[in-house]
Design a protein around this ligand. Sequence first.
Ligand SMILES: Nc1ncnc2c1ncn2[C@@H]1O[C@H](COP(=O)(O)OP(=O)(O)OP(=O)(O)O)[C@@H](O)[C@H]1O
Ligand SMILES: [Mg+2]
Length: 369
Amino acid sequence: MSTEDKVRAALSGVIDPGSGRDIVSAGMVRGLSMSGDTVRFVIEADPARAPALEPLRRAAEEAVKALPGIEHVAAVLTAHAAPGTTPAPGAASGPKGPPPDLNLGRKKPAPPQKKLPEGVSRVIAVASGKGGVGKSTVTANLAVALAARGRRVGVLDADVYGPSQPRMLGVSGRPSSPDGTTILPLRNHGVTLMSLGLITGENEAVIWRGPMLMGALQQMLGQVQWGRLDVLLVDLPPGTGDVQMTLAQKVPLAGAIVVSTPQDIALIDARKGIDMFSRMEVPIIGLIENMAGFVCDGCGKLHHPFGHGGARAEAERLGVPFLGEIPLDLAVREASDSGAPVVLQNPEGPEAAAFWKIADALTGNGVIA
Ligand SMILES: Nc1ncnc2c1ncn2[C@@H]1O[C@H](COP(=O)(O)OP(=O)(O)OP(=O)(O)O)[C@@H](O)[C@H]1O
Ligand SMILES: [Mg+2]
């Protein structure tokens, strides 16, 4: 039995008191992902019942944590929305949000209103089909590179399941809300940042009271005082799920940057991501190949553990711009882990050069004015 099967079997023992069914066969478990000894999943519930389901969420977490080899479990409760609908802005804050649009008297629902966050000139999504290919690393490095080039840059960490920007950009502390409605983001390395990780703490499961993550995403877009920004980079979770859809429906995106490693499996997923953005009429700004090759300390030769050139070839095949290759290098990871991306730590180095080149391409081709 694979670990995933074991996790599903454990969750099958958790009964939803509302329906009397276990949460797996009731279809409430979504987005199950595993990395190392960490398991993450979403429990989807009727919005009206969500607040009462905290004990169920905890029971599901405990059931998975009891499995050998699993150290961390993050179960997130989200409101189930009918296909094609998204929660009203501010839905996570309960009574504070505006009244729902009941669409009275109209046959067709009005197309969702897209709106840029106040003061923000353009929003660019950084996406990938597959997890762990380097979206967050690319976002953090491009953000500080663009800031160093004099642009006003913000990062919205929309990876609501596993936010990593606070660590990568070296930001800690909690954002304040002087008026109880708007949220003041934090800043480091010239970049303005908002992340659920700043509210929940890096190692905590995300538990947002009244807990609707899509509402949380919309709050981060609409209620954060971003100030004047030339560009807001949105670091997405992997895949083509609710967060991507909500973002594309709510914000007129200037485009999406898709990150992939050169290997086939990552590229297949990248294709799905590109396809989703195309369907949602979001322009693809370009494809970046990350972990493209590494120079061995011992023998000095260039190796390509994940292959080479796959993303460039794929970009050509799909007719989307190829933005550049970033080498696999310990310095990239160490810099990210230490809270100052490699373009700051070693701006003259070859890894940084790859990021500068992409940042300059984005400002040079008018994507970011
Ligand atoms: N070019 C690189 N060289 C070395 N390490 C890298 C490189 N790019 C990313 N990494 C490391 O790989 C890991 C995954 O990268 P990252 O978190 O940026 O990926 P992600 O696509 O955002 O992942 P997730 O899908 O979990 O959000 C991190 O530890 C990061 O430091
Ligand atoms: Mg990430």
